[in-house]
Write a protein that binds this ligand. Structure first.
Ligand SMILES: Nc1ncnc2c1ncn2[C@@H]1O[C@H](COP(=O)(O)OP(=O)(O)OP(=O)(O)O)[C@@H](O)[C@H]1O
Length: 295
């Protein structure tokens, strides 16, 4: 079992608190860090991977401070940064050989591990092709493979699905579920569906602090009785609703508009019904998105 205790983690840049008193305990499984741009997700990850030192607080791995564990701890980490660069002219296999060598993995062990990982991420057939010719999703999979080269116990993935198409995203999620049994996986995203389908726990971050954390059900139950669907045939009414409520979704039919809204009280409209909360509503409620999604 792996246990990572993050205690009162605070990171300040000048006057800005990028992280503010973050306390969480992570065990094997997938944790999703969810929050808008600038919320502080990358900063948490950089501290977990030791790329940045906390201003205050500490991180404990299996009972020992990671500062004290030093390289022993770093050997347990796999990291896919947000901006993951590849050497375009290298093949997938050469790239992994290169990163493997940097991590001290050479010889037969390296060959075996690289072959295994290429198969795991579904790139074995194209292992000799130049990475520069890969799609975004394939490059991300190379990124995951390199992060797994040292059999990490803690895998940190910063926005791993950014720029992926739905098919690539589904493939990525399957891969993560497959490898999550014996390690802590922390991934950041602002794509709600990533979290919905694979994270055992979601940690919602806003302005550097934890806003809420819990499993799917905990988070959705906090929204119970706050989500409504309103049908309207009047454009004036639709405008009024948009001005007065948090609108998650607007669906325009031929002569009717259906709005999905969030409200603490029952709004005073005739054609209204309470609906089951979805993760998208949660995001809207807590992060107050400026843009309504029109479909
Ligand atoms: N090296 C730095 N120097 C100064 N400010 C920083 C630095 N790194 C991060 N910040 C600030 O800290 C805050 C949190 O940034 P962070 O990158 O952790 O957010 P994020 O949630 O990962 O956002 P994104 O999804 O855009 O990557 C932001 O306001 C950012 O501008």
């Amino acid at each position: 079992m792996n246990k990572l205790e993050i205690k009162n983690l605070t990171k300040t840049y000048g006057r800005k608190k990028a992280n503010d008193n973050i306390t969480i305990t992570l065990e094997n499984g997938v944790y999703g860090l969810l929050g808008p741009n600038g919320a502080g997700k990358t900063t948490i990850m950089k501290q977990i991977t030791t790329l940045t030192e906390p201003s205050e607080g500490e991180i404990i791995y299996n009972g020992e401070n990671i500062k004290k564990l030093d390289d022993k701890y770093r050997d347990l980490i796999g990291y896919l940064p947000q901006e993951f660069g590849v050497y375009k002219n290298f093949s997938a296999k050469q790239f992994l050989q290169y990163v493997g060598a940097l991590k001290g993995l050479t010889g037969k062990n390296a060959t075996k591990k690289i072959e295994e990982l290429l198969k795991l991420v579904g790139l074995y057939e194209v292992r000799n092709k130049a990475v520069g010719k890969f799609s975004g999703g394939m490059k991300r999979r190379v990124g995951i493979a390199q992060a797994l080269l040292n059999d990490p116990k803690i895998l940190v993935l910063d926005e791993p699905t950014a720029g992926l198409d739905p098919q690539e995203r589904a493939r990525f999620r399957n891969l993560i579920s497959q490898i999550s049994k014996d390690k802590i996986i922390i991934l950041s995203t602002h794509i709600i569906s990533d979290i919905e389908s694979i994270a055992k726990e979601t940690i919602m971050i806003k302005d550097g602090a934890i806003l809420m954390k819990g499993n799917h059900r905990d988070i959705l139950s906090a929204m119970e009785g706050k989500v409504y669907s309103i049908k309207s045939t009047s454009e004036n009414e639709v405008n009024e609703i948009q001005n007065n409520y948090k609108v998650v979704n607007i669906q325009r039919g031929i002569d009717e508009v259906e709005l999905r809204i969030i409200s603490d009280k029952i709004p005073p409209y005739k054609e209204i019904e309470a609906v089951e909360p979805k993760f998208e509503d949660v995001y809207m409620f807590y992060f107050d998105l400026e843009n309504t999604r029109e479909v």
